[in-house]
Design a protein around this ligand. Structure first.
Ligand code: ASP
Length: 314
């Protein structure tokens, strides 16, 4: 399909066609990992600005690598070292970057909806790299790619998402993407960490991590406990949380032999997932990170490059 959108703000408003187009393009970029020279000329002369108001290791470096492999100039601006620290508004910062010729702004911000606001105020493409607890579209796309590579089709596959759904933008974007692709999604966590009315998004909600849920799952997605976004007292203690919801070797005994274990990183090892499971044979965490670059190449290719066929993607 011909790409129409200027911005990528979330998976909630992405159509099935658009989702599949991005995943197919990302798959087409995968062979780059086996090459000694990892460069395409697609975005030569384009400028991408990573504008991050919250910490990030994976997402920011992954966008940077993706942009550089497509030959764009990539500039990192972190709020702590920018004029934001002098009181400049987000819109002014973005307008300044736009006036310098930025073709895309990759924005991470703690306030939900900030990328949507910016997208309306700028001509430049805006890519949401995580806005508060709302959405993290490229994370979900890389997760979808990881599953698609293993399953081909999502139809009737059971995905169990465990943990802090309420504060997780990763969970929200994955729920939109997985349900659109016809997977069956169950979320499980303490009632205090599940937003009310989540069932309306077409997912089942469970408060107890029963063995039956583990047995049924084709993939288990463990979320990081978002302690920085929580007010006090949403669960009794980390020890208790870990006992009730932590994915460990004991729980793994109840899973399918080919279950896929995922985590968006960074993981609180020993809390929501043990080191053994995170690095065990069922884990796809490394593949998720690799797929992050491929997915971000696909997003930049369509949004900034207009899907120009400078590269033969077949
Ligand atoms: N890195 C992901 C995010 O920025 C997941 C997490 O931090 O828990 O949302």
């Amino acid at each position: 399909m011909a790409w129409q959108r200027k911005d990528l703000l979330g998976l909630a408003d992405l159509s099935l066609d658009e989702t599949e187009t991005l995943l197919q393009s990302a798959q087409a970029f995968k062979p780059v990992f086996g090459r000694s020279v990892k460069k395409f000329p697609t975005l030569r002369g384009k400028t991408i600005i990573n504008l991050f108001y919250e910490p990030s290791t994976r997402t920011r470096s992954s966008f940077e690598i993706a942009g550089k492999w497509l030959s764009a100039d990539v500039i990192n601006v972190s709020a702590a070292n920018s004029s934001v620290a002098k009181g400049e508004s987000l819109k002014d910062t973005a307008k300044t970057l736009e006036a310098m010729g930025a073709d895309a702004i990759v924005l991470r911000h703690s306030t939900p909806g900030t990328p949507n606001y910016l997208a309306k105020s700028c001509q430049t493409s805006v890519i949401n790299a995580g806005d508060g607890a709302r959405e993290h579209p490229t994370q979900a796309l890389l997760d979808l790619l990881t599953l698609k590579e293993k399953w081909g089709s999502f139809r009737a596959k059971n995905v169990l998402i465990i943990g802090d759904i309420r504060h997780s933008r990763v969970a929200k974007s994955n729920i939109y993407g997985l349900t659109r692709l016809q997977a069956k999604v169950t979320v499980c966590g303490p009632a205090t960490l599940i937003p009310p009315g989540l069932e309306r998004l077409g997912v089942s909600v469970k408060e107890q991590l029963e063995n039956e849920l583990l047995q049924k799952a084709d993939a288990i997605y463990v979320l990081r406990l978002q302690r920085e976004r929580q007010s006090q007292g949403l669960f009794p203690s980390l020890r208790e949380y870990s006992k009730l919801y932590g994915l460990n070797s004991d729980r793994m005994r109840h899973t399918k032999p080919d279950v896929i274990i995922m985590h968006p990183g960074p993981a609180n090892l020993g809390i929501e997932i043990t080191t053994e499971v995170a690095y065990g044979k069922a884990s796809s965490i490394r593949e998720q990170v690799t797929n992050g670059v491929a997915v971000r190449m696909a997003v930049l290719y369509h949004l900034v490059g207009g899907g120009r066929q400078v590269v033969d993607l077949d």
